[in-house]
Write a protein that binds this ligand. Structure first.
Ligand SMILES: [Mg+2]
Length: 173
């Protein structure tokens, strides 16, 4: 169960304590795409997110790691934010994470993943010792492929709540 518990839990990417991450030795931030940076229905990155990521780049290397296989969609994001990405990352498998580790030379303890799904983002990051931050999904609408994950996620959350290890909507850092 421990592997499903995020190290930090916030409403959205703006509420995260980045100062704390920096002080804890995090150098590289991996953002999930769908429902973390961009609503599933949307194809344009918010200006607010653009300027926010620009600011974050002063302190961190930023990448997007997405299970989405649409390069077109990821290119829109990469161009808007001027960052590199990994598409079809197959989270929670380690393939995408390890690619970043190998290519850019970060240690897992210097990395964090920010995403809206426990089953892919949090579990995938925790498995490798990457600092994990769960955010609430931007919208309740998910990609079709995500519905199975959400079903599993609901059951995991229920278990964690029963054990007193996690409470939906009770944010912490
Ligand atoms: Mg997502």
């Amino acid at each position: 169960m421990q592997k499903y518990i995020p190290k930090m839990y916030k409403k959205n990417i703006f509420d995260i304590n980045y100062e704390k991450l920096k002080n804890n030795g995090i150098k590289c931030i991996l953002f999930d795409l769908d429902n973390t940076l961009l609503a599933v229905n949307s194809n344009t990155i918010d200006k607010k997110i653009c300027s926010f990521v620009k600011k974050l780049k002063k302190d961190f290397s930023i990448y997007v790691i997405s299970n989405n296989s649409s390069k077109k969609r990821l290119d829109i994001v990469a161009n808007a934010l001027k960052i590199s990405y990994i598409s079809f990352a197959l989270k929670p498998l380690s393939f995408g994470f390890k690619k970043i580790i190998k290519e850019y030379g970060y240690k897992p303890c210097e990395m964090c993943i920010i995403g809206d799904q426990i089953v892919t983002d949090v579990f995938g990051g925790n498995r490798l010792g990457i600092f994990t931050i769960l955010v609430e999904p931007l919208e309740s609408k998910d990609l079709k492929i995500t519905s199975v994950n959400r079903f599993i996620e609901k059951r995991i959350i229920k278990k964690m709540e029963n054990l007193g290890k996690f409470q939906k909507g009770e944010f912490y850092e």
